[in-house]
Design a protein around this ligand. Structure first.
Ligand SMILES: [Zn+2]
Length: 305
């Protein structure tokens, strides 16, 4: 059976052309910044201004003249030729708008705005936390319109850091799904397993290792379904299905997993309807993987945009 890719991922919906070829074009960048039609997203500590007046919340973008001083990142250009920048700085006062981050609005914004906010907060976090060269410790400066930093001493170039993580829906011979509860989670929260990829490891290898470490199962038939950026603060979530055969015993890691169990579709529906388990929200790729396995929306799951 071939799995078709996931179609809708809350933080993987950006619509702009990122125009990477313009990032070192100082003449083009200056002209774009001086164009009053250019739109600027101000970001501060992972949040931006969002207007909630209409049914679909929208980013409160400002013209360049109203943006604060601060590091500037070129986000891209839309189909009409409008350029979009982000600026890291204090959020300006915009009537009818309030600060919000990806966890609150990432699944609610339209495709363009979700992509803008995801790109901007990822860059803002990286610049804010990587001001020094990792090789020699000297200060570094923003370059490439926000997509690299250059060491002041050595002139070496650093690229934004993205940490890959795998997230996997494990099924058994009866097509039940494995759901587990992490140690910091509320009593009624369950999800599929996930973990960071280690250096020198393939994505598939990370899936097999993490499942073995966390619940003691050997899995195979690892299949890719999709990925989405997860700049909370700097990950990329890569989603898979995997299969555990042969009635293996669950042996949850007592440190990482409080509870792990197999659920049929009927088991899961009943547990949600009884209020024992809260259906996952639409922001995470976990919700999309579980929905794909389930065959449709779970009870009490809000509709995807
Ligand atoms: Zn250096």
């Amino acid at each position: 059976m071939t799995e078709t890719p996931l179609e809708w991922l809350a933080l993987g919906r950006g619509t702009l052309d990122r125009v990477a070829d313009r990032r070192r074009d100082d003449v083009w960048l200056a002209a774009a910044w001086n164009d009053p039609g250019t739109r600027v997203l101000v970001v501060e500590d992972g949040r931006a201004l969002v207007a909630f007046a209409s049914a679909v919340p929208a980013l409160a973008l400002v013209p360049p003249g109203q943006a604060p001083d601060g590091e500037r990142y070129l986000l891209g250009v839309d189909g009409d030729g409008t350029a979009y920048f982000a600026v890291a700085g204090p959020l300006p006062a915009v009537e009818g708008a309030e600060p919000a981050g990806l966890r609150r609005v990432g699944a609610l914004l339209d495709d363009r705005d979700s992509g803008l906010l995801t790109h901007a907060v990822a860059l803002e976090h990286w610049h804010r936390t990587h001001r020094f060269c990792p090789r020699c410790g000297a200060r570094s400066d923003l370059a490439s319109a926000g997509h690299t930093r250059i060491c002041q001493a050595e002139h070496t170039e650093q690229f934004p850091r993205v940490d890959p993580a795998v997230i996997m829906l494990v099924r058994d011979d009866a097509d039940r799904v494995l759901l587990a509860r992490g140690p910091q989670w509320p009593e009624d929260r369950r999800s599929i397993l996930a973990g960071f990829v280690e250096p020198g490891e393939s994505l598939e290898g990370a899936v097999e290792r993490e499942v073995l470490e966390e619940v003691g199962l050997r899995v195979h038939d690892v299949r890719y379904l999709g990925s989405q950026p997860w700049p909370l603060p700097q990950s990329l979530m890569v989603g898979f299905f995997a299969r555990a055969e042969g009635g293996q015993e669950l042996r949850p890691d007592p440190v990482e997993i409080l509870d792990a169990a197999w659920y049929s579709r009927e088991d899961l529906r009943a547990a949600i309807e009884r209020g024992e388990i809260v259906a996952p929200g639409p922001l995470s790729i976990a919700a999309q993987l579980i929905t794909r396995w389930y065959g449709g929306p779970l009870p009490e799951m809000p509709p995807f945009v």
